[in-house]
Design a protein around this ligand. Structure first.
Ligand code: C5P
Length: 285
């Protein structure tokens, strides 16, 4: 096998509670991840010259060692003292720096792909420790599951067995937001401990849209809106369309609404299309 092609999905956070700030500067979170069917394509081609080369059709994606896929390949190549290299081709569909985990998912896909291409026989546990070293969202994407709860940095993953498939309308304003800036802008308030993520999990299992919608939460919202107040207008746009269950994903600016059907999402997409954002109809994947 000399090359391998894989799909690299995005995620939404249906729930993101910031528990506290840690001594290492990160924040402890409780988050509920949903994998969605908005995907990049990644092709890995083995080379014999030891070089790692990244090619991407999107101008905003770095092709040097700043790209998490580069880091992933470099870690594996160096730890296993391989003379192999790899060409990594990314067809980008997931908006960059949007709160959808595109870069983290790409890194996870490269770890999984190179484990096969380079016949490394790494266990999931070993892959997870590489993922954690690359970024907080990477471990979720290493798990073959649609739903999971992340704790600690968001990197300790508990897979959920949920068969429910949700439809969403997803707006991605043309602005990049970086997690570091959003977490820095956060004014951490101590909130009362409630068991919302478990209630949400149970209502997802029952496909109870009303309860699911009432429990959507993102503690980063105030920091996102403090940094970019104009993002309020996207929330209002979705509210004006009659949606009640709306949330930012991750550190934004991607914002999504829970809808009842694909048909409703497609109708909204036509209404919401504008020049300053991308609009997607997405579902659980
Ligand atoms: O782990 P990752 O590199 O994706 O995190 C990017 C930045 O987001 C971190 O440097 C940190 O500032 C912030 N972050 C955080 N707490 C988390 C995850 C990320 O403070 N649980």
């Amino acid at each position: 096998m000399n090359s391998i092609s894989l799909s690299s999905p995005a995620k939404l956070n249906l729930f993101l509670e910031v528990v506290n700030k840690r001594p290492d500067g990160y924040h402890n979170l409780i988050t509920l991840f949903e994998r969605i069917d908005l995907c990049d394509d990644i092709t890995l081609s083995n080379t014999l010259d030891g070089a790692i080369q990244v090619f991407c059709d999107h101008a905003d994606v770095p092709t040097d060692s700043k790209n998490l896929v580069y880091k992933a390949a470099q870690m594996l190549r160096d730890d296993f003292a391989l003379s192999n290299g790899v060409n990594i081709r990314i067809k980008k569909r997931i908006p960059v720096a949007a709160g959808l985990g595109g870069g983290s998912g790409n890194a996870a896909t490269v770890l999984l792909g190179l484990n096969r291409l380079w016949k490394l026989q790494l266990s999931l546990k070993e892959l997870l420790s590489y993922g954690q070293a690359i970024g907080s969202d990477v471990p979720f994407f290493l798990q073959d599951c649609s739903w999971a709860v992340g704790t600690q940095r968001g990197d300790k993953i508990k897979r959920l067995t949920i068969g429910t498939q949700l439809w969403h309308i997803l707006i991605v304003p043309s602005i990049k937001m970086y997690s570091r800036d959003v977490f820095e802008a956060l004014n951490l308030k101590l909130t009362k401990k409630v068991d919302d993520v478990n209630i949400l999990t149970r209502s997802l299992k029952k496909n109870d849209l009303f309860v699911i919608g009432s429990l959507l939460r993102n503690d980063l919202e105030s920091a996102i809106l403090k940094l970019v107040p104009s993002l309020h207008s996207y929330k209002e746009m979705l509210q004006k369309c009659g949606l009640k269950c709306i949330s930012f994903s991750g550190s934004g600016p991607a914002i999504f609404g829970l809808v009842e059907s694909q048909a409703q999402a497609e109708e909204l997409k036509i209404i919401l299309q504008n020049q300053n954002s991308q609009v997607f109809v997405v579902k659980t994947y």
